[in-house]
Design a protein around this ligand. Structure first.
Ligand code: GLC
Ligand code: CA
Length: 533
């Protein structure tokens, strides 16, 4: 039996806003809260009903806000707490929920907690971070180099799993856990509806097994944080790179009061065999992964997440689809493929107009600390053309160029040069143009999301992978009692499909201009069709 909470949450459709690059209103080149406010109706019309807002807290911005120096205040460039209050009020009036990004694994070294902690071995904050006389292991940081940094003041090393200025908080210390509860309560009291929890599986370390995450106290810490009565109604989703089936089941079981849902990344970790380029997705591999997790989610009543882009990932159609002449077709194909599965859709800004990667031409254009560090670590090791290729392959700036709202200078994002170079293809790909085009990706999303909302078999129904289809196709059925949908996905080559036993199929959605689309027959490259049965 699906709980009421499960049913409520399963109607959520999220849109992730990377505020810095969304819309600038005071023309300093940086997106801001009033900018998001000015686009709420655009988002509502798209069909989403919830927003995940990337970090907007005080920060030196070494890692674009994921290095927080005050968890309970707004970054100056983004606006004020009053702007935030207006935003949340306006969102709630439109029936939209807001979740914020809780970066609990680490703080900025500019945070007062760290500034105090580094001073000595015996001060009220001395145990807020992991301090050792010598590095206890050889962990490397995600953004390059050793994960241990020497602090001369205290004459000890501290752990940083990411940048040197992102020190890992010591969750073994009850004061740290209390402090993070206070952060959660502060925002819940202001009306936020939940949290996306940054690299949450890393808050418990296993120094014995030597793994930086998924440690023995993970469940306990999360339960302590979110299992409290005031967190009962909120929606929480943990970014958990290491999570396997067992972890996810435990993290999300309702009675355990840990998380509502989890992001896992198996489907994004494929197609990356060659270190310097993208090799394309192997559909059978992708299919196998999605089928496995659909079964898992349904058999365990787990709220699964449906996403394929975010601020850390390459643009999907550039990575796995066609970002040139079949851009519309491949963008709409992937949207259909993912968002009619069982789970909660998460769209990332720009996805709704089919934004593509925007490769950096030189190091001056790079803002992403990970790509920047990678460049410097490899600049003497690789020939220059290969170097930029390798950098761009992991450059998170690809997904962080400003939203192109129209074809005016700086793409209508700002009146001045933005903090990161303008999206290269903005004249050709922008919101205004997309909305006017007969092949509007935004309008396709509207139809797709409407279909999702009006067919409970999508949100609550069963899933079946239809067998005996050509290898380059994915056909699945979603059903709830007597209602059935059939989703036909064709990958890049024209393919003939011949299915027996679906005589009553009625076309509901197509991404080609067919007057009629019989179920059986030839499918064009990246063609999709959705039928009711
Ligand atoms: C997460 C965020 C990423 C950030 C990292 C460190 O993976 O999504 O943007 O750099 O954590 O906070
Ligand atoms: Ca601004």
């Amino acid at each position: 039996m699906l709980t009421k909470k499960y049913q409520d949450f399963s109607s959520l459709i999220f849109y992730q806003v990377y505020l810095r690059s969304f819309k600038d209103t005071n023309n300093d080149g940086i997106g801001d809260l009033p900018g998001l406010l000015s686009r709420l109706d655009y988002l509502k019309d798209l069909g989403i009903n919830a927003i995940w807002l990337s970090p907007y807290f005080k920060s030196p911005n070494d890692d674009c806000g994921y290095d927080i120096s005050d968890y309970c205040d707004i970054m100056d460039e983004f606006g004020t707490l009053d702007d935030f209050k207006v935003l949340i009020k306006e969102m709630h009036q439109r029936g939209m929920k807001l979740i914020l990004d809780l970066v609990a694994n680490h703080s900025s070294t500019a945070h007062t907690w760290f500034q105090e902690s580094r001073k000595s071995k015996d001060n009220p904050y001395s145990d807020y971070y992991y301090w050792f006389d010598n590095p206890p292991n050889d962990w490397t940081a995600c953004f390059g180099g050793s994960a241990w940094e020497y602090e001369p003041l205290r004459q000890q090393y501290y752990l940083h799993s990411y940048a040197v200025s992102q020190a890992d908080l010591n969750w073994e210390n009850p004061q740290v856990r209390k402090a993070m509860q206070a952060v959660v309560d502060f925002w819940v009291n202001l009306g936020v509806d939940g949290f996306r929890c940054d690299v949450l599986d890393q808050i418990s370390k296993d120094f014995i097994k030597k793994q930086n995450g998924n440690g023995p106290r993970l469940h306990e810490f999360i339960h302590e944080l979110f299992g409290r009565p005031n967190c009962e109604p909120i929606f929480t989703v943990g970014e958990c790179w290491s999570a396997d089936e067992r972890n996810i089941r435990e993290l999300t079981q309702d009675f355990r009061k840990e998380l509502s849902s989890v992001f896992q990344f198996q489907h994004l970790s494929i197609g990356t065999r060659d270190d310097y380029g993208v090799t394309g997705v192997d559909l059978s591999q992708l299919k196998a992964i999605l089928v496995k997790w659909q079964r898992f989610a349904i058999d365990n009543d787990t709220l699964y997440t449906l996403f394929y882009e975010n601020h850390d990932q390459l643009r999907y159609i550039s990575k796995f689809g066609n970002d040139q002449e079949l851009r519309y077709e491949s963008a709409t194909m992937f949207a259909t493929l993912f968002y009619l599965l069982r789970g909660i859709p998460f769209l990332y800004q720009g996805q709704e107009i089919g934004m593509t990667n925007s490769y950096s031409q030189s190091i001056d254009e790079i803002r992403d600390i990970q790509a920047f560090n990678y460049f410097h670590e490899h600049k003497d090791k690789l020939p220059s053309d290969l170097l930029m290729k390798a950098v761009n392959f992991r450059n998170r700036d690809n997904a962080r160029r400003p939203m192109p709202w129209n074809a005016s200078p700086h793409a209508g994002f700002s009146k001045v040069e933005p903090w990161i170079p303008t999206y290269r293809r903005y004249l050709e790909i922008n919101v205004e143009k997309d909305l006017q085009s007969p092949k509007s990706i935004y309008r396709f999303y509207q139809r797709l999301l409407t279909l999702r909302k009006t067919h409970p078999e999508v949100t609550l129904g069963d899933f079946k992978d239809v067998q005996d289809v050509p290898e380059s196709c994915f056909v699945y059925e979603r059903s709830l009692r007597n209602d059935k949908l059939l989703v036909v996905i064709n990958f890049k080559d024209p393919t003939e499909i011949n299915l027996i036993g679906f005589d009553s199929a009625k076309l509901l959605l197509s991404n080609y201009d067919h007057k009629k689309r019989p179920l059986n027959g030839f499918y064009e490259p990246y063609e999709i069709a959705v039928y009711s049965l």
